[in-house]
Design a protein around this ligand. Structure first.
Ligand SMILES: Cc1ncc(COP(=O)(O)O)c(C=O)c1O
Length: 386
């Protein structure tokens, strides 16, 4: 029998990092000392208090059964308190908050609950690739909104206004991959235009706590009336060094939250209760721990940006996220050839911007997920390549 992938799977664009991935694996097998600035996965250990909470919760037999679909009630209450404290937004823990097996899981499932085949969905280009796959799986038609440096890597409100009959828009600020941030005025304009055109807003706030200079990224839910049309995705992954634990939540409009809940109840049976208890501990860790994380990334950011500027590569320091989004140096033809050269000549992995969409071409993304000493080494290696 000839087993073929579904048309749905075949539709997905080719995996552009294949060649770089293969080359990286080969380099590692050869024993080369690779500096990997390619992955958005923090290198630090999860905080001890979270690990201890998990250990305790694992010992409790009550947690050995199917989880509550809608999450441990205390978890939802604690999330509501956290959101209120951080953003000043009041949420009903019963109807407006839903725990997820990582925010990616919720982002991937939501379109199945709100997009009909043929519905138009607005995605930014570049963007975190999971949105595109999720919309395609639900049969949506994608219209891309270019993100350009000249507009601060924000979609143009006019482009949204001009788009005909879109069902939903996905946005992400602080942004992966461009590291751009959005202010409240942008969200106000976005909510106004989307309300006028009945467009659902899906906001991805995975990087809400990774910011610099004390400027806290806002939530779209801070905008009056946003809850009428918006759902927001949060993640424990980056804030608490918990990428492997798979924990996040969706919050906002109760109908959107319940659509996601209904999809999920047919696909998974919720988040392991013990992990939810670890999440509750995470929400209670000393805020100084989170500040230490920001200081660490800021040190790395400055080492990379200042170091590379000193060797002649112009770039802007990010105001948030742990990504540096830098223009491909002019000696390289495009982002793939730049990434290839860095790997071959400097044993360094960076992500070619084109992997995030065609408007990502001309850029590479470097993740600050290695210690500062490695960043100094990376700069030294690149001095010889640039
Ligand atoms: C923009 C963005 N959203 C969501 C996610 C997924 O995060 P999680 O670990 O919560 O699934 C990531 C992970 O890199 C991301 O970059």
């Amino acid at each position: 029998m000839n087993i073929e992938f579904s048309e749905r799977l075949k539709q997905l664009p080719p995996y552009l990092f294949m060649e770089i991935d293969k080359a990286k694996r080969a380099a590692l097998t050869e024993g080369r000392d690779i500096i990997n600035l390619g992955v958005g996965d923090p290198d630090q250990r999860t905080h001890q208090s979270i690990i201890d909470a998990m250990k305790k919760a694992v010992e409790d037999v009550n947690n050995h059964h199917y989880p509550f679909d809608a999450g441990v009630p205390q978890m939802r209450t604690e999330i509501a308190l956290w959101v209120k404290k951080r953003f000043g937004v009041a949420l009903d823990p019963q109807t407006e908050i839903y725990p997820l097996i990582g925010s990616k899981e919720g982002l991937a499932h939501l379109p199945l609950g709100i997009i009909n085949p043929g519905d138009k969905v607005l995605l930014t280009d570049p963007a975190y690739p999971a949105y595109q796959a999720a919309v395609m799986f639900a049969g949506g038609r994608i219209q891309y909104l270019p993100l350009k440096a000249s507009n601060g890597f924000l979609p143009k409100i006019q482009d949204i206004e001009d788009s005909k009959k879109a069902r939903a828009i996905f946005i992400c600020y602080p942004n992966n991959p461009t590291s751009a941030t959005a202010d409240k005025k942008f969200y106000q304009d976005l909510v106004a235009v989307c309300k006028a055109r009945d467009i659902i807003i899906v906001s991805d706030l995975a990087y809400s706590e990774v910011y610099y200079g004390g400027i806290k990224p806002p939530s779209i839910l801070e905008v009056e009336g946003a809850k009428d049309i918006a759902v927001e995705f949060h993640s424990f992954s980056k804030t608490y060094y918990m990428t492997g634990w798979r924990l996040g939540w969706a919050c906002g409009n109760p109908t959107l939250v319940s659509a996601l809940a209904k999809v999920k109840s047919n696909c998974d049976s919720g988040v392991f209760n013990a992990i939810q208890h670890a999440g509750i501990a995470a929400l209670h860790i000393d805020p100084r721990e989170i500040e230490d994380m920001r200081v660490e990334y800021e040190t790395r950011r400055d080492a990379l940006v200042n170091g590379l500027r000193a060797v002649g590569w112009k770039m802007e320091p990010p105001k948030a996220t742990f990504y540096v989004w830098a223009k491909v140096p002019s000696k390289f033809e495009n982002s793939l050839s730049c990434a290839r050269a860095f790997l071959e000549q400097a044993d360094m992995v960076v992500t070619p911007g084109v992997g995030f969409g065609k408007h990502g071409e001309g850029y590479v993304r470097m993740a600050l997920t290695v210690p500062v000493e490695r960043i100094h080494q990376a700069v030294e290696r690149l001095r010889k390549v640039l």
